[in-house]
Design a binder for this molecule. Structure first.
Ligand code: NAD
Length: 492
């Protein structure tokens, strides 16, 4: 079994605890690698290394163009190793091999994009209301950034933070999920190969309370970029607030996918299935509330159930598998509990509603694609994030009712609108309170455009020009052009 080490200050080392924990394959249940159980002492060493690197000539002395070149080199290495990295992530997380290799190649694109952006975010010369000064603004990095990420897309969600943070000139300490740490340690090895100076990228693995918490509290940390659940996000936000640290929080969702009667039904059915069953529903942007206009409800549900039923479920390492296992045992248990809760609240189970075990289902950590109809928006299954292959179907009569239901939830990460009426599409786009809206498609994401949440779905944005600014601070510079201080006791 492979035993990993942590990566601090350009060196590989054992954790100070001297202990490791096993990481397992969700499909087979077999342990396949040992992950270092890092401690507060390791967190401290990593932050101090990142802080030294931030101040060092080796990093801060680099031009933004040179930083971009390093990021480009890293992107090339990720492309070179995409298959190997994808296989590791597939093994650790249970993701479909059909999904994971393209996803890793997509990660390289994030690094290319921010490599290009590194030397293009400039300040400006500011026109001033007086002529005895010259004023300009410049953007500067924040310092040490801590990236804390979940298990569902380990490398992708780390790259969303790492690429803009490094492009902006920060240094970084990465704390991946304890369930899926291996691919991030492999990524650290590629950073080393790319030639990042020691301490610029550090990876410490372990449990949230043991190593995540001391990272968040560390006085030398300037910013925490966190993706995870609501409880973790709240904790991080509270601790960061005590020290006025900056945060980006990407939290959960309960996104509405709204289908009007005028939509292309076959396209919308595919969009509804992709919205919630891709990645076995383990995505923050899942379209887990399907809002159907009453006049098409029955026909749509019939087609939806037929398509969902056709999914090939099983071994995620097979190219033709469409739904794989749930990544972690606690998550699998949580999904089953939420299915029981939906039944208890009176939702009608039109498909699935149970675990899948036996031949072809590995160790049995599967959930059948589940569709609940007859859901009303006050039910817990319509309000709480499941993070699994469970869809709630709700009915509406007209646009205003659809928008009211769509917005009547604590989250605001994303939404889908299916209609062929252009005016209706714009009407909905303007009124739905969510960070991303897809019209006649669902779940597209790109490095080129911002992603993030309204309401309790988070703070800040990842992706696009917006994200690099999340890792920069602006400085305003005043230069006297005509000295004239007649009375030094008066400001201005
Ligand atoms: P989680 O909140 O349990 O864990 C996320 C990370 O936080 C892990 O690395 C964990 O070790 C760490 N952590 C836990 N306690 C901590 C503490 N006290 N201090 C510091 N770090 C701590 O989330 P999860 O179960 O791994 O992931 C699922 C959640 O992530 C879902 O709620 C999902 O919606 C959310 N998510 C959001 C997005 C998004 O972009 N909005 C994307 C993916 C996942």
């Amino acid at each position: 079994m492979q035993r990993y080490q942590i990566y601090i200050d350009g060196k590989w080392s054992d954790p100070s605890s001297g202990s490791w924990f096993e990481t397992t394959e969700p499909y087979s249940g077999k342990a396949w690698a040992e992950i270092p159980r890092a401690t507060e002492a390791d967190a401290d060493a990593a932050v101090r290394a990142a802080h030294r690197a931030f101040l060092s000539e080796a990093w801060s002395g680099l031009t933004a163009t040179a930083r971009g070149a390093l990021l480009r080199r890293l992107a090339g290495l990720i492309e070179r190793d995409a298959e190997r990295l994808g296989a590791i992530e597939q093994r650790d997380n249970g993701k479909l091999i059909a999904e994971v290799a393209p996803q890793v190649r997509g990660i390289a694109q994030w690094f290319y994009y921010y490599a290009g952006l590194a030397d293009k975010v400039g300040g400006s010369v500011v026109p001033m209301p007086r002529n005895d000064v010259f004023n300009y603004t410049k953007y500067e990095p924040l310092g040490v950034v801590v990236a804390i990420t979940p298990w569902n897309s380990p490398m992708a969600l780390t790259a969303w933070k790492m690429a803009p943070a490094l492009a902006a000139g920060n240094t970084i300490v990465i704390k991946p999920s304890e369930f899926t740490s291996a691919s991030l340690l492999e990524l650290a090895a590629l950073c080393e190969e790319a030639g990042f100076p020691p301490g610029v990228v550090n990876v410490v693995t372990g449990y949230g309370a043991e190593v995540g918490d001391p990272l968040v509290r560390h006085p030398l940390v300037a910013k925490i970029a966190f993706t995870g659940g609501e409880a973790g996000g709240r904790m991080v936000n509270q601790i960061a607030a005590a020290d006025f640290k900056k945060v980006t929080l990407e939290l959960g969702g309960k996104s509405p996918n709204i289908v009007f009667a005028d939509a292309n039904m076959d396209e919308a059915v595919k969009g509804a299935v992709a919205g919630v069953f891709a990645a076995s529903g383990q995505t923050c942007l899942a379209g887990s509330r399907l809002l159907l206009q009453a006049s098409i409800h029955d026909e749509f549900v019939e087609k939806l159930v037929a398509l969902a039923k056709s999914a090939r479920i099983g071994d995620p390492s097979q190219m033709d598998t469409q739904i794989g296992p749930i990544a972690t045992r606690p998550q699998w248990e949580k999904i089953l509990a939420m299915i029981a809760m939906a039944k208890e609240d009176g939702a009608h189970c039109a498909l699935g509603g149970h675990a899948l075990q036996g031949e072809g289902y590995g160790q049995g950590q599967f959930i059948a694609p589940t569709i609940f109809t007859g859901v009303t928006n006050d039910m817990r299954i319509a309000q709480q994030e499941v993070f699994g292959p469970v869809l709630s179907v709700l009915k509406f009569e007209d646009e205003d009712e659809a928008i009211r239901i769509a917005n009547d939830v604590q989250y605001g990460l994303a939404a889908g609108v299916w209609t062929q009426d252009l005016h209706r599409a714009f009407y909905c786009v303007d009124r739905i309170r969510a960070g991303t809206i897809w019209v006649n498609n669902y779940r597209a994401t790109s490095f080129a455009t911002p992603f993030g949440g309204y309401k309790k779905s988070g703070i800040g944005r990842e992706g696009g020009m917006e994200a690099i600014k999340e890792y920069l601070q602006v400085k305003s510079v005043w230069i006297t052009t005509r000295p004239n201080r007649a009375n030094p006791f008066i400001g201005g």
